[in-house]
Every structure is written in C-alpha cells, then in structure tokens.
Design a protein around this ligand. Structure first.
Ligand code: CTP
Ligand code: MN
Length: 586
C-alpha cells in the first residue's frame, strides 16, 4: 500500500470534514449534509458519503475524496495534505525528500522557519533582554497564562539575530526572503530581520501552524504601531482569521463567534472567558473569512472599536455577514472603550453580560441612520429608512421582514404607507435577476438505481451486465460510466472507485459523484433486487419500442399495398406482443 492509500484508509472522511463543516447525519445511511464551504448558500447542498468516503456539493459541483477536500479548504498541495493527515493520525511520514514536490518543500521550509521564529521570540521574551516587553505586558494586564496561550514573544532589537539563526540552520538567503521574516538590504549587501524590538503575536492557520506574525511597537514614538508579515506562499491575509484555530471548538458549542478588530481585543475577550473570538489581521473583513466563520457558527457578534474607523468597518462587516447568510448582532460598548479595555475596566463578568445583551444589527443600524441623516425633516427620515432598506431586504422570512420594516419605520418616524411602498418596489427589483448555480443534469431514477447497484457489488455486475445490452443503455445519460464498467467487469468486490473515476471524462466523473453522493441505500441485499427491477423495466421499454416500430411499418406496408410484407410483419408483431406479455408477467 502506498503512502496515499495508507493515509486514506486510516482516516474517516466524516471526521475530517466534520472539523471544518458542521455536518448533520441524514437518516441511518452514513450520509451527512451541511452548508458547502466552497460557495455561498443558505440551505445545505453539500453531502458527505461515509461508505464511499466521498464528498460532493450539488450547488457548485465540487467533489472528491478526503485528500481533495483538505487540499481545497486549506489551500495546500497534495503532499502537504498527506503530511498533515498523517501527522494528525500518527502515521509515520516517509522522508520529505522522497515524497514532495517543489511547492510543498518551499511551504514546508517556510512553516519550519515560522515555528523556529516563534520559539525564538518566546525565548527572547523570557530572557533578560525581554524585561521591558514583560513590563509592558504587565502594564497592559496580560497574565502569564495568556502570554503562554497566545505564544507571545519579543523580537531582538539587534539587526540580524533571526537572520543569523536561519542561516545557521541552513535556510538559503532566497528562502529567508520569501518567508517575509528577513529583508534584503537596499544599499549594501546582506540581510536583516523584519521584526526588531517588537512584541510578537504569532498568527496561525486553521490547523494551528504559525504562518505569520504581527509585531507591536512598545513605545508610541515608533512610526508604525503594528508591523505585519507580508503575504507569502503560506500566508494569504484575506483567508486568515486571528485565533480561529483556538476559537473553533467554542464556536461549535455556543454556535456564535465574537468578531473584534485587534490582536489585543482577541486576547482580552479570551481572557474574559469568551474563547469564541476572532479578528481579521489588520485588513478589512473578506467573504472568504466570513465563510470560515460560517463553517463553525451561525451567529456573529460584531464588537469593533467605537471610533469612526470601527463604526465604518462595522457597517461593511454587517453587510458582508448578512450576504453570507449569518445572523448578526452588534455590541457597541459605552465610554468609547474597545472590548479589551472594557473587560479590563469593568471585569470579565460585565463584559460577558454585555455580550449576552447585544442587540440584532437592526437597532444598531437604525441608530447609525439617526446620526447620519437629518431626522427633523421627512426627507431626512425617508433617507434614513432607505439607508436601512438593503439590510431589511436581506431578511429571507417575509413576515419577519415586514415586521422589522414596521419597527424601523416607527423608530425613525416614517409613515407606514411609505414603508410598504418602498418594500414592494425593492421586492420587485430584487426578484428580477435570478443568478443561479449551474443547473445539475438530473439523472433518471432507473439509471441512478442501476448504477449504484452495479458499483456496489461483484454479484450484481455478474448478473446484470450481460443482460444490459448496449442498445438498452444507448440513451443513458450515464452511458459512458456503464461502458467503462463493462470493460472493467472482472474485478472482485466493489469497483475500485479511483480506477473507475480515472477512466471517465470530467462530465461523466461529475455524474458519478452525483450518483454516489445521493446513494442512501442502507440494505445491500436490496440492491440486486432493485437492479433486476430496473432491468425488467428497460427490457419492457425496449420491447415496447420494437412493437411501436413494427406497428408503424405494418401500417405503411398496408398503405402502400405491399400486403405480403404487411402479413409477415404482422406475424412478427403478434409474436413480440406475446413475448411482451410473458415478460411483464415475470
Ligand atoms: N493594525 C495594523 N497596523 C496598524 C494598526 C492596527 O495592522 N498600524 C491592525 C492590527 O491587527 C490591530 C488591529 O488593526 O490588532 C486593530 O488596531 P488597534 O485597535 O490600533 O490595535 P489593538 O489590537 O487594539 O492594540 P492596542 O490595544 O495595543 O491598541
Ligand atoms: Mn484597539
């Protein structure tokens, strides 16, 4: 068994995917479904088939095995994925040199360098040179426990201690530069550390590996309060959320997540006992990040800084979150405090109580509207209402939509008649375009049942395939799959899925995925019976086709006066009809 097979056979696709997507079991059949992590949807069309170790989305038609899933969701190469799965399951990994391509090697080296840097920064913080940084952390109220939990560190203020360390470990200058942790000197030759004399926040990917850093200046004299890692082959900013790997479990349990702006906010909220907290790392929230949230929770509580930048960022974030189908609440803290400051000044319990009482996004948006527009005039009030309208329209439930529209109108002092008018107008505008996911070719029930049976077992293939003539499958949408099965017939047991898949065109592969993902037969013994029933139907259809053809020929022979021929065809027809009755009686 090669490495890939070994990995695949020792993991369960439902367990692996279940870490990334909330799956629900459908009946007792080993089929699970959930919201697709690869496209935007509000009702689940993503399906995982346990017995075939296979996933498929009927919405965007991605599908494949466990390795394909992890590659796609983590943005990893094939070898990285194998290594990750092997590592998580205690499977010994063959030497990297034998088993990896150039890209995996590059990314592996970058990961190693980040792990080394994280260890170095942490050691610096504990050493005598970290004294000032430790004092800073104490002033900001960070406990040793949090410093440890978040892996905080300190970067040497000298110019090149990390650079030297990397060189000593044998990382080439080229690798060092592409890590973003080291820079090339402009004027002279040589390299120097990107982060110097800063408090270091390691940033992890969803599997918990360090892939970047944020570095905070410790005095306000420094030009940049934060310096963040640049984008590298292992760090795509728009994909990563700070603290997601630690927040994941808490998100699943509480079905919510607190979204804050900064690293310090995350740590402050976490220290207050709310572990389901994340931040985007100094960039505007993206749809990809929102989808990552949605994989683990339904409700997002937005708790940004109460300054202008924070308010504008909240407005954008709310729209984006609603677009991706999340439930949104907003917490704005009084006294101009950010979450970290609030929890420190008022205590963990007070902060948690504030979180519980956070209102739906509507109240917050309505307050925004009252500040933005001149509420003394009726035009101003109408403009305020129109400002809120797009978010009202995103409420999918009609009654809830109307009721909130009424609430909001009352709150803003807009006439109810005008509200209904506006709602109707934008409803018709909304209905006009129907951008849909590409239509899935639907497969007839006969084909579906027959194929799942053929895929399941040797006995089915032995009994059914010889009777399934090329003529019978001529009009099959899945003809290509049946043809390949005919060629592969002699194999024992279930058809080796990959061998079959590998011989199909992309279109046929997609059909195969659809069939397998929809397979919910729990009783294997029924398959053969079902297959026989399908076969009888097909045979009957074929005879009926022949009979209809003969009838037409009899008729035209009669019409054209070729009576001998008509008689001969009649005899044939009678015989066929007799056979057919026998056939149907079977
Ligand atoms: N940020 C950044 N670059 C800056 C300022 C901020 O990348 N020059 C990002 C960081 O991710 C930071 C977040 O924006 O965590 C929020 O900024 P801010 O509120 O200023 O930082 P805090 O994390 O709250 O840190 P502190 O409490 O020390 O001010
Ligand atoms: Mn802040």
């Amino acid at each position: 068994m090669d490495f890939k097979e070994q990995v695949k056979s020792s993991v369960d696709i439902v367990k692996v995917i279940g870490e990334y997507v909330r799956l629900r079991r459908m009946g007792a059949t080993g089929r699970y479904s959930g919201l697709c992590p690869f496209h935007q949807e509000k009702t689940p069309s993503f399906s995982v088939n346990q017995s075939r170790q296979f996933f498929k989305c009927f919405g965007c038609s991605v599908g494949g095995d466990v390795i394909k899933f992890v590659m796609d969701i983590e943005g990893m190469t094939f070898w990285e994925t194998l290594n990750l799965l092997a590592e998580r399951n205690g499977i010994p990994i063959p030497k990297r040199t034998e088993y990896s391509d150039a890209e995996s090697k590059l990314r592996g080296a970058l990961m190693d360098m980040h792990a080394l840097a994280a260890r170095t920064f942490q050691a610096n913080l504990r050493s005598p040179q970290g004294g000032e940084a430790r004092e800073y952390l104490v002033r900001r109220g960070l406990s040793d426990e949090m410093i440890e939990a978040f892996g905080l560190g300190y970067s040497d203020p000298g110019w090149d201690s990390l650079t030297k360390r990397f060189s000593a470990e044998g990382f080439s200058a080229e690798l060092q530069e592409s890590s973003g942790l080291v820079r090339r000197r402009q004027e002279s030759s040589g390299h120097y550390d990107s982060f110097r004399g800063r408090l270091m926040f390691p940033i992890h990917n969803e599997s918990g590996k360090v892939i970047a850093f944020g570095g905070r200046a410790m005095s306000s004299e420094e030009q940049a309060k934060y310096i963040n890692s640049p984008e590298t082959p292992i760090y795509r900013k728009s994909y990563v959320l700070y603290n997601l790997h630690r927040a994941r479990d808490g998100m699943r349990h509480s079905n919510r997540v607190v979204l804050v702006e900064g690293y310090m906010d995350v740590i402050g909220v976490y220290a207050a006992g709310v572990k389901e907290v994340v931040a985007s790392c100094g960039t505007a929230l993206t749809a990809t990040q929102v989808r990552a949230l949605r994989r683990h929770a339904d409700t997002v509580i937005v708790n940004f800084d109460p300054d202008t930048a924070g308010i504008n960022a909240s407005e954008r974030a709310i729209q984006l979150l609603l677009d991706e189908g999340l439930r949104v609440r907003v917490l704005s803290l009084d006294g101009g405090l950010d979450p970290d400051e609030y929890a420190k000044q008022h205590g963990a319990e007070a902060y948690r109580a504030k979180l519980e009482s956070a209102n739906g996004y509507f109240h917050w948006l309505a307050d925004r509207a009252r500040v933005k527009f001149d509420m003394r005039t009726s035009e101003g009030r109408m403009d305020a209402f129109k400002f809120l309208l797009p978010s009202i329209q995103k409420i999918s439930d009609r009654l809830e939509r109307a009721s909130i529209a009424n609430d909001v109108a009352g709150y803003l002092g807009v006439e109810t008649g005008l509200v209904l008018d506006q709602l109707k107008r934008s409803a018709t505008e909304r209905r006009a375009p129907v951008p849909q996911t590409p239509a899935q070719a639907s497969i007839s029930a006969i084909e579906r049942i027959l194929l799942t049976a053929l895929l399941a077992g040797q006995d089915v293939r032995e009994q059914i395939l010889p009777r399934l003539s090329a003529q019978m499958t001529e009009a099959f949408q899945t003809r290509e799959i049946v043809d390949v099965l005919r060629q592969m017939a002699p194999a024992d047991g279930p058809v080796p899925f990959e061998a079959l898949e590998g011989r199909l065109s992309p279109a046929a592969q997609s059909l195969l995925h659809q069939i397998i993902a929809a397979d919910d037969t729990s009783d294997e013994t029924q398959r053969l019976e079902h297959a026989h029933a399908c076969l009888r139907r097909l045979e009957a259809d074929r005879r009926k086709g022949q009979i209809d053809g003969l009838r037409a020929r009899v008729k035209s022979a009669e019409g054209e006066g070729r009576l001998d021929e008509a008689l001969r065809l009649m005899a044939e027809l009678t015989k066929l009809e007799r056979d057919n009755q026998k056939g149907e009686g079977l």
